[in-house]
Write a protein that binds this ligand. Structure first.
Ligand SMILES: Cc1ncc(COP(=O)(O)O)c(C=O)c1O
Length: 383
């Protein structure tokens, strides 16, 4: 029996109370399951929360990344820069369009895309390949926004667009601005385990470009034009269910207090673990949504510690055991920018050392103390 689930959605459901179940029942009774009023209401609320002019809800976070790429007409021969240390969707969406993901290494402190390595990789592509650099997809990993000031500056200097992968970052902040609003366009996910999660799949695109928002709405609905059965572009089916929108509206209302609770959990972990493991560092001017609380331990101890914690009822996860530049799917694409040639040493080091601990807003101090004591015991046993 685990001390706590890795993410405790049961406690959240109990805290949300009957209002959430009533909202679900109201949609069921309305029989309007697709495109009901809750979807438009949610889009307005998400845009207001993130401080952007428009939000376009869609079926999942992967589609939220794909829709802007469709709008841009991403094609074979195009190169898109993304971190290697991320969930596969960030680069998969690029490869699915026939374009080439170019893997960029991370800053070892924040785990996010290194602006210095971005410059190096852009120069490599320009001088050693026939590919055309077109865009960058920085990721707000573990809830911490990427370093957008230098990234946007470098991108601008090379004429590249920037798509923020805020799947894990929604609720985070960078220099006073909300995640999802930090570039030309932002994509987020409402997968249940995310800081703002629904009860199935869901996602949204956030942007200040109102023309783009109209194109994205058309693309998510089979490329519809002014009327439903006029199709002006090739699109996809990527609607967000009305039920998910109704759930998200209730959850968005409690997100600010949940973010503060996550903040407290992270502070408690850091206080108890500092000095024994490498705890996450949040640079000045950043606010993390704490999608994950991820420590680093010696590579020689990590897997043993994970096994020990599992035996003591503490679930942990390794995000991510392999950089994307070394994943079979991307190695199979071949070329000069995968495997050892990708040159992502910090990603390789991180993937050997990271361990994500249970993290959710309902984790109490006593449980955090228990988990932390077990981590220290596990390290002492393995030392
Ligand atoms: C960084 C990142 N990008 C994209 C996605 C894709 O989101 P979804 O699972 O909603 O398609 C995820 C979700 O896990 C993610 O963590």
């Amino acid at each position: 029996m685990d001390i706590t689930p890795f993410i405790d959605l049961k406690k959240q459901l109990a805290a949300l109370g009957p209002a959430l179940e009533e909202a679900v029942l109201a949609v069921v009774r309305s029989t309007q399951y697709i495109g009901g009023p809750a979807v438009g209401e949610l889009e307005k609320a998400l845009a207001a929360y993130a401080g952007v002019k428009a939000a376009v809800a869609c079926a999942n976070g992967t589609d939220a990344l794909t829709l802007p790429l469709l709008a841009k007409g991403l094609k074979p021969g195009d190169a898109v820069f993304c971190p290697s240390f991320t969930f596969v969707a960030t680069a998969e969406v690029v490869a699915l369009r026939g374009a080439t993901p170019i893997f960029v290494d991370i800053d070892p402190v924040t785990f996010n895309l290194s602006p210095d390595d971005l410059e190096v990789k852009i120069k490599n592509v320009l001088s050693h390949s026939p590919l055309t650099p077109v865009g960058v997809i920085p990721v707000d990993l573990f809830g911490l926004p990427a370093d957008f000031t230098p990234i946007n500056r470098i991108a601008k200097a090379h004429g590249l667009w920037v798509l923020e992968d805020a799947a894990q970052g929604f609720g985070g902040e960078y220099q006073g601005q909300k995640a999802g609003s930090l570039a030309w366009v932002g994509a987020t996910s409402f997968f249940p385990a995310k800081p703002l999660g629904c009860y199935g799949d869901g996602g949204a695109v956030l942007t200040n470009d109102l023309e783009l928002a109209e194109v994205l709405k058309s693309l998510r609905g089979h490329g519809a034009g002014a009327s439903r059965y006029e199709h002006v572009r090739i699109g996809v089916n990527s609607r967000l269910d009305t039920l998910q929108a109704a759930i998200l509206l209730k959850k968005l209302a409690v997100l600010p207090q949940e973010l503060l609770a996550r903040q407290k959990v992270s502070q408690t972990y850091s206080r108890l673990l500092e000095g024994r493991v490498v705890t996450p560092k949040i640079p000045d001017g950043y606010f993390s949504a704490w999608a994950q609380y991820t420590i680093r331990v010696k590579a020689s101890q990590r897997d043993q510690l994970k096994t020990f914690l599992q035996s003591q009822g503490v679930p942990t996860n390794i995000y991510y055991p392999l950089g994307l530049h070394a994943q079979p799917a991307f190695l199979a694409l071949g070329g000069d920018f995968v495997g050892a040639k990708a040159a992502c040493p910090e990603t390789e080091k991180a993937s050997q050392e990271v361990l994500s601990l249970p993290m959710h807003p309902y984790l109490d101090e006593e449980t955090i103390s228990q988990i932390s004591a077990l981590i220290i015991k596990g390290l002492d046993l393995g030392a």
